[in-house]
Design a binder for this molecule. Structure first.
Ligand SMILES: [Zn+2]
Ligand SMILES: [Zn+2]
Length: 464
């Protein structure tokens, strides 16, 4: 009973979707969903190329500038009822009390979160409990860069929760991605169910999460799906799994006659485990820096990680500092917490083959003290960080350092995003009536395997 009425209601319902980022680009998701009087944003990120035409290194807007610099170059949408009053002070956009009911965050990556700090603090923000833990850790370690603003109502959720925002019900379901605490959403609207994938993959140790999301999304019989398509255009690219990354690292370490350095994203817990296991399997100590030690110690409450203070396979590297004697007072208070696990260049230099050391770009200076012999370096980050045109100068610097110390360079990495094959399979399984490709430069690829694809455009409203 009542089905007929429901059906009539759904036929007359109208959903509006307006991407302010995330259409025809990888990242920068910021998608406004309007249904009756409910208005929510799905993510609130910053595009990867944000401001690159106008800003360069220190030529960048400061907090005191507010938003007028962004408006000047058309980098942020001039939408009222969204931004904090303070930030609008010197702009021609008058402050209006917010008319946004919620901003829902899928995961902690900057391309989904970085503009949260611009929001009016009274707008309710929802994020997974793991995402909040990661954001807090990064805000502490990088206070100048990783602000996510003050929010009067910051709600956390976990998988299986049901979030009610006016008449909308939102179900967050965990997915596997290259950072813990990532979610997709199933949104119950007046027109039926809408699925938002966030960022996800199916080739890591937690693929069960994504499979669970796909199953729930399928059962929801969605009328539309906002689907990430980061890798939809890369037909040729071979799909390396996280397991392969571990194996590859294992081999490199096994064959190395010296110290093995590695560089990976510190929030990528799956990658941490791949490195950790490869080191331990080869009976080597993993040397991490104080920042990674802090991350491990503070993320352990939400995801399985070793305790850097207790794990015998981990030592914490303390850099050469002020006193030149490695005294506690040379380091920040939070770093001193790890002093009982201290290792310095001296121990490493004396027995290089005993160690695998986490080495990022800005720590290369330590090589001068360690003086590596027969060393190997495993680069384990997304290709574009190293191979992108913007990073040409950085790449040259790394290469110069490697050549100078005769360090052998290797790559071992797999993507945080589903392969083309996995995406096609996922769309077929969930079987939404309409697909809206986001987080991709190749949205048209979806037309090859789905009959109704709506092409989104930033700042243009799609009416469903
Ligand atoms: Zn993303
Ligand atoms: Zn992501």
């Amino acid at each position: 009973m009542g089905t007929r009425n429901d059906l009539t209601l759904k036929l007359f319902s109208m959903i509006k979707l307006t991407p302010y980022g995330g259409a025809n680009e990888i990242g920068g998701n910021k998608i406004l969903l309007e249904d009756k009087d409910a208005r929510i944003y799905l993510d609130f990120g910053e595009s990867f190329d944000f401001g690159e035409d106008y800003f360069y290194e220190y030529l960048a807007p400061r907090t005191a500038n507010g938003l007028e610099v962004y408006f000047e170059f058309g980098l942020l949408p001039k939408v009222s009822g969204l931004y904090a009053k303070e930030l609008l002070k010197f702009t021609d956009l008058p402050y209006k009390k917010p008319d946004i009911d919620a901003v829902l965050i899928s995961h902690s990556h900057t391309d989904h979160t970085s503009h949260l700090s611009f929001l009016d603090p009274s707008i309710p923000v929802y994020m997974g409990h793991g995402t909040k833990a990661i954001m807090d850790i990064y805000a502490f370690l990088y206070p100048g860069f990783q602000k996510y603003g003050e929010h009067e109502q910051l709600h956390t959720f976990k998988t299986g929760d049901k979030i009610k925002i006016k008449h909308l019900i939102i179900e967050p379901v965990h997915v596997e991605h290259s950072v813990p605490g990532a979610y997709g959403f199933i949104i119950h609207t007046s027109k039926g169910n809408l699925v938002y994938t966030g960022d996800l993959r199916l080739h890591g140790p937690k693929k069960e999460y994504t499979l669970e999301f796909i199953d729930k999304a399928r059962k929801a019989k969605p009328f539309a799906m906002l689907c990430e398509g980061t890798r939809i255009g890369s037909e040729q690219e071979k799909n390396m799994a996280e397991e392969d990354v571990n194996k590859s690292m294992h081999e490199i370490i096994k064959n190395s006659k010296g110290i093995v350095f590695t560089y990976f994203s510190m929030s990528n817990v799956d990658r941490f485990w791949s490195v950790y296991k490869a080191a331990v399997e080869n009976k080597r100590i993993l040397v991490i820096d104080t920042k990674l030690a802090y991350i491990l110690a503070n993320l352990r409450s939400i995801v399985k990680l070793p305790d850097p203070l207790k794990d015998p396979n981990i030592m914490v590297y303390f850099r050469f500092s002020k006193s030149c004697e490695f005294q506690e007072k040379d380091y920040f208070k939070w770093e001193r917490e790890f002093f009982s696990k201290k290792i310095t260049f001296r121990e490493i230099k004396a027995a290089q083959k005993k160690y695998v050391m986490v080495m990022n770009f800005f720590k290369l200076m330590e090589l001068v003290y360690i003086r590596p012999e027969n060393a190997d370096f495993i680069y384990s980050m997304a290709e574009h960080f190293y191979e992108g045109d913007d990073n040409e100068e950085m790449r040259q610097v790394v290469e110069n350092w490697m050549a100078h110390f005769k360090v052998k360079f290797h790559k071992a990495h797999c993507s945080g995003h589903a392969s083309r094959e996995d995406l096609i399979q996922m769309v077929k399984t969930i079987n939404p009536q309409i697909i809206i490709p986001i987080h991709t430069q190749h949205p048209k690829e979806f037309e090859k395997f789905h009959s109704k694809v709506l092409m989104p455009e930033n700042e243009k409203t799609l009416v469903l």
